[in-house]
Ligand binder design. Structure first.
Ligand code: ATP
Length: 451
């Protein structure tokens, strides 16, 4: 017989007070409405593993949408309901004025279809809800009603699996039901430093043999791949995917060669370095790692992979552009380091490139000198801006025209090289360029007049 465990003290220890209050409030509302209420999924898992996760998922054994409406009223928030799935999101502002959300789902027996080949067994609705989930560790619940507050519900042996650090599915058809769970398994295994269990590994291999990955839609694969690449150490996941032959089944072009591996490792370091800088843009992990994974591929092969992942036209163009530009840049940078090495020259080479491309270049180059200069561009150079603008040119009597951009970019070049540090000097330099441009225009005009 299962031993009951109550984790109230863990909840109080590990969660911010306002979250404990929230859980109690949800439980009290359940009592008022006479329905069992549970916190479920990743929230419970992370609580037990001692990891922060403030995404609250609630399941009620009754009409989840009605419950969400009442909860929203109590929290002075609003509800977005999905009638088809009988789920709702409660959106409200916390004391700090930040927006928070709670997902509420309905657990009701009649909405669930049993996987065809499983024996039908009578399950309570919370048990059925948990049974549809991916892994035992994700299939735990904590009851929130007052009399049972903190009661841990673990029907499938998650406690033991967490102790053994094993990732297990709940039944043998799990991957057939949803092959994206293969990628989820790899992601959780690496994130928590667990092992995918023996039987579960066999089930993955079976599913792969049935070519279930090949049958997945591009969108679903890309969605899971994106989640993988957002992990702290995605390369571990990619290696595991390669080892299990998942990468090849998504596309043979994605296989990891030793050359790619070197760049991917550098890439992971560069990305971590960049994140530590807390600059105001956050590069897209999917693009960064696809750049690495597609190294050495030709245009049509990249196109093939883009198709397989159902990338949008925009995403595909961005990817191809960065690839093309990074080839050019690397050549230009090699010339630059051998030449006069002006900052304006460096700026000129690197400014057309997206952050993803610059980080990729840093990972790819074998020259420390180049890497250092790209890093200098990212952290300093690209933040430098002029102290003058179009208005100043207008005040000099120049009509708005493409000449503006030319003049301003030359002044910026001069500022980057340290020649016109102050606004006054920039104005003077702009004036002299304008005068030069006007004289040139006159000349051309006269020339054309004569001809
Ligand atoms: P993360 O920390 O990555 O957000 P999570 O477990 O919260 O992890 P979600 O993708 O938000 O992940 O899913 C929430 C819960 O829904 C999971 O804990 C799991 O119980 C269930 N779930 C999500 N995706 C699946 C799936 N493909 N198959 C079965 N259950 C799933």
């Amino acid at each position: 017989k299962r031993r009951e465990r109550n984790i109230t003290s863990l909840l109080r220890e590990r969660l911010p007070q306002r979250h404990v209050n929230l859980l109690e409030q949800a439980g009290a509302l359940g009592d008022t409405l006479g329905v069992p209420v549970y916190a479920v999924g990743g929230f419970v898992r992370d609580l037990l593993l001692g990891r922060t996760n403030l995404d609250l998922d609630i399941v009620v054994e009754s009409d989840g949408i009605a419950f969400a409406r009442e909860l929203a009223r109590a929290l002075k928030g609003r509800v977005r309901a999905h009638t088809k799935f009988k789920t709702a999101v409660v959106i409200f502002s916390n004391e700090s004025g930040e927006e928070e959300r709670i997902d509420v789902a309905t657990a009701r027996l009649e909405y669930y279809e049993y996987p065809a080949a499983l024996p039908t067994v009578e399950l309570s609705s919370i048990k059925m809800d948990l049974f549809r989930r991916d892994f035992t560790i994700n299939a735990q619940a904590v009851q929130l009603n007052k009399g049972h507050f903190g009661r841990l519900i673990d029907f499938f042996g998650a406690q033991r699996d967490m102790k053994d650090k094993v990732l297990r599915v709940l039944h043998s058809l799990s991957f057939v039901e949803d092959p994206t769970r293969i990628l989820r398994a790899i992601r959780f295994e690496k994130r928590f430093d667990f092992q995918i269990g023996q039987q579960t590994t066999r089930l993955i291999k079976n599913a792969l043999q049935l070519e279930l990955i090949e049958k997945l839609s591009g969108r679903r694969i890309f969605h899971e791949l994106e989640a993988v690449l957002k992990e702290t150490n995605p390369l571990n996941c990619l290696h595991r995917m390669d080892e299990l032959d998942v990468l090849r089944r998504i596309s043979p072009h994605l296989r990891i060669t030793p050359t790619k591996n070197q760049v991917l490792e550098e890439l992971e370091n560069v990305i971590k370095w960049y994140r530590l800088l807390y600059l105001d843009d956050s590069p897209e992990p999917w693009m960064l790692y696809l750049l690495g994974l597609l190294m050495g591929c030709a245009y049509p092969e990249v196109k093939e992979v883009a198709r397989r992942l159902s990338l949008s036209r925009r995403q595909e163009e961005d990817l191809q552009d960065v690839r093309e530009l990074s080839h050019k840049c690397l050549g230009l940078l090699q010339q630059w380091v051998a030449g006069e090495r002006t900052m304006s020259g460096l700026y000129c080479i690197l400014s057309p490139m997206r952050t993803e491309g610059l980080l990729y270049l840093m990972a790819r180059t074998k020259t420390d000198d180049i890497r250092r200069h790209i890093s200098y561009y990212l952290t300093h150079l690209r933040k430098i801006s002029l102290d003058i603008g179009g208005d100043d040119l207008r005040n000099m009597g120049a009509d708005p025209s493409p000449v503006y951009a030319r003049v301003l970019s030359r002044v910026l070049g001069a500022k980057l090289d340290g020649n016109v540090p102050t606004r006054k000097e920039q104005l003077e330099f702009a004036f002299s360029i304008l005068a030069e441009e006007t004289a040139k225009a006159h000349d051309q005009h006269r020339h054309r007049g004569r001809a």
